[in-house]
Design a protein around this ligand. Sequence first.
Ligand code: SF4
Length: 339
Amino acid sequence: MNPIISVKNLKSFYISNILDVTVVVKAVNNVTFDIFDDEIVGIAGESGCGKTTLLNTLMGIIDPPLKVFGGEIKYNLNNKYYDIVKLEEDEKTKLRWNVVSYIPQGSMSILNPIRKIKKIFFDFAKSHEDLDENKFERIVDERLESLKLPLRVKNSYSHQLSGGMRQRVAIALATIFKPKIVIADEPTTALDVVMQRDIIDLLSEIHEEEKNTMILVSHDLSIHANICARIMIMYAGQIVEIGKTETIFENPLHPYTKFLINSLPIIGDKKVREAAPGKPPSLLNLSEGCPFHERCPIALPICSRKNPRLKWKTEDHAVACFLHGGEDTYHEQINAKTY
Ligand code: SF4
């Protein structure tokens, strides 16, 4: 099976000059992975680990001080390959929303509070499609109805809607042209658990109906457990484990993944859940070695000197940790791997 998105050795850094000193934040540091047609993949990790930067780079939103220092992101659309990093801005605009769309953190960032919802949809359509207004209004109505939103929301301002309703509208807007790839950044942030469930069910229904590919970022692994076929664990700008969702939960290999899973609450269990000790490292000043070594309770002497590479342990489970090998280059293996 050919990947629909293939990311190889991607380095996406923030670079700025402060008092003549060049400051580099390695937000996405040598990341390689594939995403396949019709799957939902989760990206999990603590705040500040580079998840949102990775999503922005995948969308081709690479505005200074963000800069791609190496690697490629290839989209395979009907057997035509596009490296989004190298596309001109107008070519990226054509791809965005029609082929790949983005559901941002917090609906308010795409719902202009001083425009009625209907106007927001029309502003959006004008910037992306050359549609006549009547035809587009029918598309909007169909989309709202298919996502079980009452048509009256069109005449509301975003602040007149509940948080859950706003998020449904944001999802309707982002998926209005039924894109092949949907990238969602923390789509359940700031919602109560009932609304979180509702939004996850909605994304799941869209996926079932439209057979698209979804990339879902969340710091909360329980969200991934409900919807994702595979999960990638990100730490300090790197992917440290990739596997099927059930494999990640039943047989996590990376010590950081184990902490993430152990910290999930269990109904009826009142014990304090064990979280990873210490704080994540600053991406500004990453020390040598495994990025987790200062927090890892079972670090080996080599861990402070060398950074382990991702290594396939089975056909579909890879981990970057010296306890599980880690000397082989996953980057070479992924090139050789046949799907
Ligand atoms: Fe811990 Fe070493 Fe594995 Fe890193 S490589 S997670 S420090 S054991």
